[in-house]
Design a protein around this ligand. Structure first.
Ligand code: ATP
Length: 361
């Protein structure tokens, strides 16, 4: 694991008046780069031919670093270019996927915004569950074996497959019948079935809650919320039930978009409580804990209980739903604040206060 001291030594050599905010051109980079520009930083977008169009059209990047493949971002030559630009990298889901978690932890010697140690805790289901449960946050009931199924469950499979092959079952028999059918169709393997993650299916409404923890202010802020627009499930529900029964379509949950949403106001105490609890527990389990953006993906059941089925410990894709601010981010200073701009503002404040060690790793 790269130590904080190694990163601070690199940062010490930087020209503090010429800090550049850098990220990979994908995922949530539009508002990360735009937000950095609005806060007065120069920006660099790491991209490849054919993928640079949005960043050029929207003019959010002052400079481009071209790679042949996104996975080249881990290469020493790219790291060197970033250090020459006095870059602080803002990691997002695609950045981590292409760089590789092992490289982020052990080889990527460029200062990054946030706590790089916590990224493993969002990517490994067992660690994620431990953090959420120990924080006292309600998560779906987990079933150790298909034989234990005693209600409606959702069956998930390892790896970032965008919910392909997920299915819903209400009994052990139905589990094996559906798993066998998906295996015959080549969607699942025996190994997948043996490693299936089985959890309570929560019937409820979806809220993905985007928080920002400021270590400088020691405060959890609520910056926005979205709900997911997933294929094919959101198309499937437009088909009348009798036609659905005749069509042999398996549901999938491939994310294709995000829709801004606000939550019933009386649920906000629960929203803040969950954010506060997670930040407190993360400090204890993965010091220094959560830094900057994190997201809790919830379902709100009819008892108005928020059940968290997934966590991100960095900027989540749903933050794109409030690039020009959300009703919540507006409430802080009456301005249209995006997550990207909030991140840049924290970096700017840390530089001014000489407290950069609190926000990078
Ligand atoms: P990843 O980022 O790992 O691909 P994800 O963010 O898509 O994951 P998953 O846990 O894979 O989240 O869930 C995909 C979708 O399945 C969710 O957006 C939600 O619609 C549905 N879902 C997940 N867990 C549950 C649950 N316990 N009950 C009901 N629906 C669920």
């Amino acid at each position: 694991m790269i130590s904080k001291n190694e990163i601070l030594e690199i940062f010490d050599k930087y020209n503090k008046d010429e800090i550049t905010i850098a990220t990979l051109g994908s995922h949530t980079s539009l508002h990360i780069l735009k937000g950095a520009k609005l806060e007065g930083f120069s920006t660099v977008c790491i991209t490849m031919k054919g993928r640079d169009v949005p960043y050029k059209r929207f003019k959010v990047a002052d400079k481009f670093i071209y790679v042949d493949n996104f996975s080249d971002i881990k290469n020493e030559e790219i790291q060197e270019k970033l250090r020459e630009l006095n870059a602080i990298v803002v990691p997002h889901g695609s950045f981590i996927a292409y760089c590789g978690l092992d490289n982020v932890e052990n080889n990527f010697l460029v200062p990054m915004f946030g706590n790089r140690k916590i990224l493993r805790w969002e990517s490994e289901r067992s660690l994620e569950g431990k953090l959420l449960r120990e924080a006292g946050i309600r998560v779906p009931k987990k079933y150790e074996s298909p034989e234990d199924i005693d209600g409606t469950v959702i069956v998930k499979f390892p790896g970032a497959r965008g919910g392909r092959g997920y299915f819903i079952a209400s009994s052990t028999e139905e589990f094996y019948k559906k798993a066998e059918d998906l295996k015959k169709r080549g969607i699942l393997t025996d190994e997948d079935i043996a490693n299936a993650h089985i959890e309570e299916y929560v019937v409820g409404t979806n809220f993905c809650i985007h928080y920002f923890y400021s270590p400088l202010k020691d405060e959890v802020e609520l910056l926005g919320m979205d709900k997911r627009y997933e294929s094919n499930i959101d198309g499937l529900v437009r088909i009348p039930a009798k036609d659905q029964l005749e069509m042999e379509i398996n549901p999938s949950y491939v994310i294709t978009g995000n829709i801004p949403v606000v939550i019933r106001e009386s649920l906000l105490p629960q929203v803040f409580d969950m954010g506060d609890k997670l930040v407190a527990k993360a400090k204890e389990l993965v010091p220094p804990g959560m830094i900057g953006p994190f997201c809790l993906q919830c379902l709100c059941n009819e008892d108005l209980e928020l059940v968290v089925f997934e966590m991100s410990a960095r900027t989540d894709g749903g933050t794109n739903s409030f690039m020009n601010g959300s009703p919540y981010s507006f409430l802080y200073n009456g301005e249209p604040l995006s997550m990207g701009q909030r991140i840049a503002r924290e970096i700017k404040m840390a530089l001014q206060l000489n407290m950069i060690d609190k926000v990078i790793s």
